[in-house]
Design a protein around this ligand. Structure first.
Ligand SMILES: NC(=O)c1ccc[n+]([C@@H]2O[C@H](COP(=O)([O-])OP(=O)(O)OC[C@H]3O[C@@H](n4cnc5c(N)ncnc54)[C@H](O)[C@@H]3O)[C@@H](O)[C@H]2O)c1
Length: 307
């Protein structure tokens, strides 16, 4: 297959590009390099790399020529970055996705797989793991734009038969992630002996999904057609204090864990509980993420810090 990955130089995109190249696909990466280039040398040399902005329609049309599938991952993210740049966040999402859809029609691309987020569940109260049917509660510019795009894409399936899959990623972590996100930030603080900074009580929970499982889920869903929203979740709930303590233990760090009041701009992101069900992913693909947090953290440590 010929596959375009927008945002393919980023954390998830670079891991996916490597896997698709290894699987023998022809891969095009379109990325503005807003966050640098996370593709390793070998993968970079094997893909067609286009430096450009998804908000530029001509660029997206050129990048998707002769493609069978588009993974649309380009986005502005990171809680503080999004809170400080809500307009750019929404523009990249909304204009970028419209351009991807139009390019798909112009170039006869049959399928789009879009990176949505578990953030759209917002403060939805839950007793059990969140399923895709739970009423969503997007409150931030980022989550709102992601939900808009899920519906926008679904409408193109309804009207024009485009195959669309929205992937609701739950706190992905692993190789190539940078310190906008909590896992690499805690690793950095712990390994440098600095205080590990937790916003809020530390009792808030998240469902951490390992990158290799995330990529595997993306690859398995390539064969699924129609219109679907699918959680990519590990079905395991960990509180942030627990995460900090595990990283302290793995790195052998003496860092203190300190608790800071979340700045007001973070309020809408500070959800108390989040854990996803991967039943739908399992039903569609026969696969669900299984890497435990301890296994995932140990791999990060051995790849980055154990030298
Ligand atoms: N990492 C997670 O835990 C997580 C969770 C939920 C959803 N997601 C979604 O998954 C996707 C990938 O996330 P990631 O963690 O790899 O983030 P990332 O920031 O590492 O990657 C995003 C990439 O998009 C590129 N980009 C940004 N604006 C662009 C533009 N206007 N034109 C072209 N490229 C642009 C960046 O340069 C970057 O390489 C995003 O859509 C994100 O919203 C990620």
């Amino acid at each position: 297959m010929k596959v375009l990955i927008t945002g393919g130089a980023g954390f998830i995109g670079s891991n996916l590009a490597k896997r698709l190249v290894n699987d023998g696909h022809s891969v095009v990466v379109l990325d503005s390099l807003l966050r640098g280039n996370k593709l390793d040398k070998e993968t970079y040399a094997s893909v067609e790399f286009i430096k450009g902005d998804v908000r530029d329609q001509e660029t997206v049309i050129r990048a998707s020529k002769n493609c069978d599938l588009i993974f649309h991952f380009a986005a502005v993210l990171g809680v503080d970055i999004v809170a400080d740049n809500p307009v750019e966040t929404m523009d990249v999402e909304v204009i970028g996705t419209r351009n991807v859809v139009e390019a798909a029609f112009i170039n006869n691309v049959k399928k789009i797989m879009y990176a949505s987020t578990s953030g759209i569940y917002g403060h939805s109260a839950i007793e059990n793991a969140l399923t895709e049917e739970v009423l969503v509660d997007p409150r931030t510019s980022y989550a709102m734009a992601k939900r808009y795009n899920e519906i926008y894409l679904a409408s193109h399936h309804e009207e024009k038969g485009l195959n669309v899959i929205s992937l609701r990623f739950f706190n992905v972590y692993g190789k190539n992630q940078d310190n906008r996100m909590v896992v690499p930030r805690f690793f950095e603080q712990a390994s440098e002996g600095e205080p590990i900074t937790v916003f809020g009580s530390g009792k808030q929970t998240r469902d951490f999904t390992y990158i290799d499982d995330t990529v595997e889920a993306c690859v398995r869903l390539i064969d699924t057609n129609g219109c679907h929203i699918v959680n990519i979740a590990n079905e395991a709930e960990w509180c942030i204090t627990d995460l900090a303590e595990r990283i302290k233990k793995i790195t052998g760090s003496n860092s203190d864990i300190i608790y800071l009041e979340a700045p007001k701009k973070r309020y809408d992101y500070e959800v108390e509980r989040r854990v996803g069900s991967s039943d739908k992913l399992l039903a569609l693909t026969g696969f669900k993420p299984l890497t435990s947090l301890d296994e995932g953290l140990a791999t990060i440590y051995s790849e980055n810090y154990n030298n």
